[in-house]
Design a protein around this ligand. Structure first.
Ligand code: ATP
Ligand code: MG
Length: 250
């Protein structure tokens, strides 16, 4: 089953076209890793997928539900209840955590299920305690974000995203703000999610990690998908000259 389908996406900021006719589709259980040099449009692509940026043309579908479509050069976005349903299908983990600074770890995780999904206390507690255990955050329930290490913050942020039970989870360079030893603890939990067949799209500069977790790798270059395939095809035996150059620089 296809979880996400993006077709012929174009996105410009003022005069600069940042996404130039990009199409990707992600199947249930698939882990897609996006690589590419700085400015190639990786963040913009996933920001468009989760509706933090509006596209200029193309189509975005989550399962059977259409988030955005284009007719007669006009982009139409889902509204109202339909929008809410689509909005609950995806979660996002940012480079800089984006936790609520005035809420504890426990509250950061339960806020969405409580306020957005309108779940009862006993259910949100169960969800939170489960995720706290899974993300190795036991003992930190009452801690506030300022008192956590970067790795712990990022694991809270992953728990918060998972608490909404999304069909697909997006990560934008989840470890690039972290020291190497904190990086490995975050990569470990993401790998664990991959093993549980959670559908994910991950932008990363960690090539060894990409090789380990990806079912498919997409190499973006200058707003295009320059190459796409298995980790073996793209990372070990790339065909495209730009992919080769990029990997040599890493
Ligand atoms: N909000 C914005 N307004 C104007 N230009 C933007 C905006 N966001 C991104 N851009 C431009 O779009 C291009 C692609 O940026 P994007 O952040 O998607 O690249 P990236 O591949 O994620 O790079 P990096 O690896 O550095 O994170 C860049 O030239 C950037 O300056
Ligand atoms: Mg980026």
């Amino acid at each position: 089953m296809t979880v996400l389908e993006m077709k012929n996406i174009k996105k410009s900021f003022e005069k600069e076209e940042v996404l130039k006719d990009i199409s990707i589709s992600v199947k249930e259980g698939e882990v897609v890793v996006i690589i590419g040099s700085s400015g190639s449009g990786k963040s913009t692509l996933i920001r468009c997928a989760v509706d933090l940026e509006k596209i200029n043309s193309g189509e975005i579908k989550y399962g059977e539900l259409t988030l955005a479509s284009t007719k007669n050069n006009e982009v139409l976005y889902a509204k109202g209840e339909e929008y809410k349903t689509i909005n609950h299908k995806y979660g996002m983990v940012f480079q800089n955590f984006n936790l609520f600074p005035n809420l504890s770890v426990y509250e950061n995780i339960t806020l969405g299920p409580k306020m957005v999904l309108k779940k009862e206390e006993k259910d949100t507690e169960k969800i939170a305690l489960n995720l706290i255990k899974k993300m190795n955050l036991e003992g930190k329930e009452k801690a506030y974000p300022y008192s956590l290490s970067g790795g712990q913050k990022q694991r809270v942020s992953i728990a918060r995203a998972l608490a909404m039970n999304p069909s697909i989870l997006f990560f934008d360079e989840p470890t690039s703000a972290l020291d190497p030893e904190l990086t490995s603890e975050v990569l470990k939990v993401i790998k664990q999610l991959a093993e549980e067949n959670i559908t994910m799209v991950v932008v990363t500069h960690e090539m060894d990690f990409a090789k380990e977790i990806a079912d498919r790798v997409i190499f973006m270059d200058n707003g295009y998908i320059a190459e796409e395939g298995t980790p073996e095809e793209v990372l070990v035996n790339p065909k495209n000259i730009r992919t080769k150059e990029f990997l040599n620089l890493m």
